[in-house]
Design a protein around this ligand. Structure first.
Ligand SMILES: Nc1ncnc2c1ncn2[C@@H]1O[C@H](COP(=O)(O)OP(=O)(O)OP(=O)(O)O)[C@@H](O)[C@H]1O
Length: 286
């Protein structure tokens, strides 16, 4: 018997335009099962457009998107909960749409809601009675209860405070430890990308292209705040990344090596150009 190949999402040579306006150009990415890929970039650089193309919500103009995952679910910035249904019923909605019997779907929704840190009271309440953080958890539970193997995240944690955001990150990572869930996320928060992702891609320009790729080998569950701060500082010290975000060059004498972590230096690569990585002994030219 031959083993089934592991599913993956592969984007090759993607380009997109809205009318005459070219938005994305020459985009390549690869997301295997169980991994997390984060897209960061300035506002208007096409992150949502790329995510929506991967979700099949927009028609691809050029290039190829091969999504080998069987179940893809997308989580939006707004929780989009039904206000007249309890949190529990909101979590169970997708299962209902799948035709699962009421008893079974409520049981599965209850277990996922509890795993997402929602107590009995919260599960019985209606969305307007819940805090923004709890609403986000309900939305995450509603997505995860469908057991997607690819989760597309369109900044769903952006409205959360830092503590709530970190708790939600832990819940997501716990789910990824349970099963090989692949995550493609976009975020404005470079630190969030570095905290969660195995690979960070920086998108910028008009039309936007991938400008930098950072591979992080340290498992996300083992990254602490200090590690995340160091890696983020190191990423933001790269001239190509600074240019992407329109940040001024660093003052002379400040080196990305200052943020070097011997435990896991990560590997940064300028996409489509020469890359010279200071401080980690890794030099890659594409
Ligand atoms: N449906 C649309 N029709 C026309 N132009 C669009 C449409 N959707 C997005 N755009 C334009 O495409 C560009 C990329 O938008 P997109 O929302 O993908 O960027 P983004 O990086 O996600 O931005 P942000 O970080 O602000 O959410 C922007 O200039 C935007 O105005």
């Amino acid at each position: 018997m031959t083993a089934q190949p592991s599913p993956e999402l592969r984007v090759s040579g993607l380009a997109h335009a809205f009318g005459p306006r070219a938005v994305l150009e020459d985009i390549h990415l690869h997301l295997p099962a169980g991994r997390t890929l984060a897209l960061v970039g300035p506002s208007g650089s096409g992150k949502s457009t790329l995510l929506h193309l991967c979700a099949g919500l927009l028609t691809l103009r050029d290039g190829r998107i091969a999504n080998g995952f069987a179940r893809t679910t997308m989580l939006f910035q707004q929780p989009h909960l039904l206000p007249w249904k309890s949190a529990l019923d909101n979590i169970a909605l997708g299962l209902k749409a799948r035709g699962m019997a009421r008893g079974a779907r409520l049981q599965a929704a209850h277990a996922m809601g509890r795993a997402m840190g929602l107590d009995e009271l919260a599960l019985a309440q209606f969305p307007p009675q819940l805090s923004g953080g709890m609403q986000s958890r309900v939305a995450l539970a509603r997505a995860l209860v469908l057991e997607p193997d690819l989760l597309l995240l369109d900044e769903p944690f952006s409205a959360l405070d830092i503590g709530m955001r970190q708790q939600t990150h832990r819940l997501l990572l716990a789910e990824q430890q349970r099963r090989p869930l692949a995550v493609l996320m976009i975020t404005h928060d470079v630190m969030e990308a570095v905290a969660l992702a195995d690979q960070v891609l920086v998108l910028a320009g008009t039309p936007a292209r991938l400008r930098w790729r950072l591979d992080l080998a340290q498992p996300a569950a083992r990254r602490d705040d200090a590690w995340v701060h160091r890696q983020t500082a190191r990423l933001l010290a790269q001239p190509a990344v600074r240019a992407a975000f329109d940040l001024p060059p660093l003052a002379h004498g400040v080196s990305p090596a200052d943020a070097h972590s011997p435990a896991d230096p990560g590997t940064g690569v300028a996409v489509g150009g020469q890359a010279r990585i200071a401080g980690d002994g890794c030099e890659v030219a594409l």
